[in-house]
Design a protein around this ligand. Structure first.
Ligand code: MTE
Ligand code: MO
Length: 376
């Protein structure tokens, strides 16, 4: 029920939508720790929160595997059958920082799909469970042609008068490299119900949408899932595509998160009295690698300062880095601060929001810009 939902989350979560519950933590607190406390981890829901008894629970593995099986949670947790896996992984919603795209141009205005997220739809946890690769092996391995894995969530949602199930897929090659896990613990605690208990998928480096919560079925198939969430949502359109010409075939399906970053303190439009220096904090993330260099600017991006290595949190293969920087500032008045990140493959961020505006308002990965009133 509603009360139960709130009990699992911090009282000061910013509700991006009231129902279904969609919330992100206050900006500054998110970057105080490398590992996000469970209560502060953002929540993205499309529909209701299913009630599942872990004692009765099993996951159904079917489709292009040699021995389809129903596997109980107890079996999954039996270390004589499955080696346990723990990995620190950042989950990021492809809607993170969408509010900036909405300000540019609002898209189709569907609130449920285009939830107006700020910079907090990202969080990092140590997830514990099993590698999906081992589960598929336990089911006799893939049959020929098994190129995609479809995940079914037990929740349902409404869109434009129709009821949908939450179903998506990822390529099997992603699980072959042990980057897909089935998790029942979050930061050494039982997975909270709102984060998908008893069992959820965690796909490293992909948009959060592929990490299905309340998982009850895994189906190995030849082509990407035909389910509406896979086929019609999470498409990346070119800036020329809009209401008049958006079809589900002129956008491509988003999987890996690109490199992105955000300034979390100060907050856009703050007024700051200071002594020649302003401290910035934030996060940096890359779904295909890890952030190697973070640069900040106090003049809208003419002069960039590199965040020193010792002001960035440690490197994980599948997680963000948080950073801080004390910037010398002698100007007064409204200043534009911004951040950009380079990852290990030298990918960096588009310069402006408008450089990568897209009809479904996904993946706002441009340099994050804020305006601060400086009083020196
Ligand atoms: N799984 C189910 N079953 N239903 C959902 O609505 N939302 C997805 C994904 N898994 C969703 C889901 C999206 S869009 C994101 S970003 C992540 O869950 C968010 O995970 P979290 O709520 O644990 O932070
Ligand atoms: Mo998402």
């Amino acid at each position: 029920s509603w009360k139960y939902v709130l009990k699992e989350k911090s009282a000061d979560m910013i509700h991006v939508l009231q129902f279904p519950y969609n919330g992100e933590p206050p900006r500054g607190r998110l970057v105080e720790t490398e590992i996000t406390p469970n209560e502060d981890h953002f929540v993205r829901n499309h529909g209701g929160i299913p009630e599942i008894d872990p004692e009765e629970f099993f996951v159904d593995v079917e489709g292009l595997v040699n021995n389809p099986k129903k596997i109980s949670l107890k079996e999954l947790q039996d270390e004589s059958i499955f080696p346990r896996m723990s990995t620190t992984v950042t989950l990021q919603c492809s809607g993170t920082r969408r509010i900036e795209q909405i300000h540019e141009y609002p898209g189709d205005g569907d609130e449920l799909i285009n939830a107006p997220w700020g910079e907090g739809a990202i969080g990092t946890a140590k997830w514990t469970g099993v590698s999906l690769k081992k589960v598929i092996k336990y089911c006799g391995g893939l049959k020929e042609g098994g190129q995609h894995v479809e995940f079914f969530g037990a929740d349902t949602y409404f869109k434009k008068g129709q009821v949908y199930n939450y179903v998506v897929s990822v390529p099997t090659r992603k699980m072959k490299i042990n980057e897909v896990m089935l998790a029942w613990e979050m930061n050494d605690k039982p997975l909270p119900k709102i984060h998908g208990a008893p069992l959820r998928v965690v796909v490293f480096g992909y948009i959060g949408a592929r990490s299905v919560k309340w998982l009850y079925k895994i189906n190995v198939i030849e082509d990407p899932s035909m389910a509406p969430v896979q086929m019609k949502e999470y498409l990346y359109y070119s800036p020329q595509v809009g209401k008049h010409n958006a079809t589900y075939s002129n956008g491509f399906s988003i999987q890996t998160m690109p490199v992105s970053s955000a300034i979390m303190t100060p907050v856009n439009h703050d007024q700051i009295i200071h002594d020649g220096k302003i401290k910035l904090t934030g996060w940096a993330y890359s779904g295909s690698g890890w952030p190697e260099r973070v640069e900040v600017s106090g003049d809208g991006g003419s002069i960039w300062y590199e965040v020193p290595y010792n002001k960035m949190s440690r490197k994980y293969f599948h997680a963000w880095r948080i950073w801080e920087y004390e910037m010398p500032v002698d100007a007064e008045g409204w200043l534009e601060f911004c951040v950009r990140t380079w990852d290990n493959a030298l990918n960096t961020q588009p310069t402006y929001v408008r450089s990568a505006w897209n009809w479904d308002l996904h993946v706002t990965s441009s340099c994050h810009r804020i305006k601060i009133y400086s009083i020196n």
